[in-house]
Design a protein around this ligand. Structure first.
Ligand code: SAH
Length: 215
């Protein structure tokens, strides 16, 4: 896959924009540099890959806005070798950013077309270590739990208890919660089994849907 000086220039500009918008975590910004976002969109849209916008992908879904990916990743406080579960593989871009940070990534997608296409792209661009699953993310991934971190990239009407229970003690989950507009929430699972909830501004995501996709 090509990554030429134009792509690199546009990517550098995008990273500058993310800094101006308040992203401070240098490891996260480095991951944005290391993962060419245009590889996750059809070739015709390569230039648009470096605008700070969400973009439509297959199955009526979207690749999240770069700022949103950066902010969620920053809030997740990922460390090297963390076991991270992502619900909503979509284009695979968020999963690749997590892998670039050194995480061991498990990602679940309910749309078969997306699951297949993205799994192939990730393997082609050197991210075959990301484990992709075609499943309903509502039940998480009990066989691989507990996770250090869980990130949900679709809007859930409420915090899914099943996912909280798949966090290890001290583990954190970042998830947009709400119907029309979502609040970004960070849930930390504490030692006594209770949770701490923090909120970080408003976002708009495609919905978290229970069950497998039709396609
Ligand atoms: N992280 C993605 C964002 C994709 S949009 C990226 O970087 O491109 C959200 C994705 O969540 C969609 O692909 C949608 O199909 C998926 N999704 C929604 N509900 C789901 C569920 N219950 N289980 C698994 N995936 C789900």
């Amino acid at each position: 896959m090509e990554d030429n000086y134009r792509h690199k220039g546009m990517r550098q500009r995008l990273i500058g924009e993310l800094r101006r918008k308040g992203i401070k975590n240098e490891a996260v910004l480095r991951a944005f540099w290391e993962v060419p976002r245009h590889w996750f969109l059809d070739k015709a849209f390569a230039d648009l890959a470096y605008e700070d916008n969400a973009f439509p992908i297959e199955c009526d879904q979207t690749i999240s806005q770069p700022y949103t990916v950066a902010r969620m990743t920053e809030l997740l406080e990922v460390e090297k070798r963390h076991k991270v579960l992502e619900i909503g593989t979509g284009s695979g871009y968020q999963a690749a950013i997590l892998a670039a940070l050194g995480a061991q990534v498990y990602t679940i997608e309910r749309q078969k077309v997306l699951y297949e296409k993205t799994k192939a792209i990730l393997a082609r661009i050197g991210f075959s270590r990301i484990r992709c699953y075609y499943r309903d993310g509502s039940s998480g991934l009990p066989g691989s739990a507990p996770f250090d971190r869980i990130i949900v990239t679709a809007a859930a009407p409420r915090v899914p208890e099943i996912l909280v229970n798949q966090l290890r003690e001290g583990g954190k989950m970042v998830i947009p919660v709400g119907e029309d507009i979502q609040h970004m929430m960070r849930i930390t699972r504490l030692a006594d089994g209770s949770t701490k909830t923090e909120r970080f501004g408003q976002y708009r995501f495609v919905p978290f849907v229970e069950g497998l996709g039709e396609g």
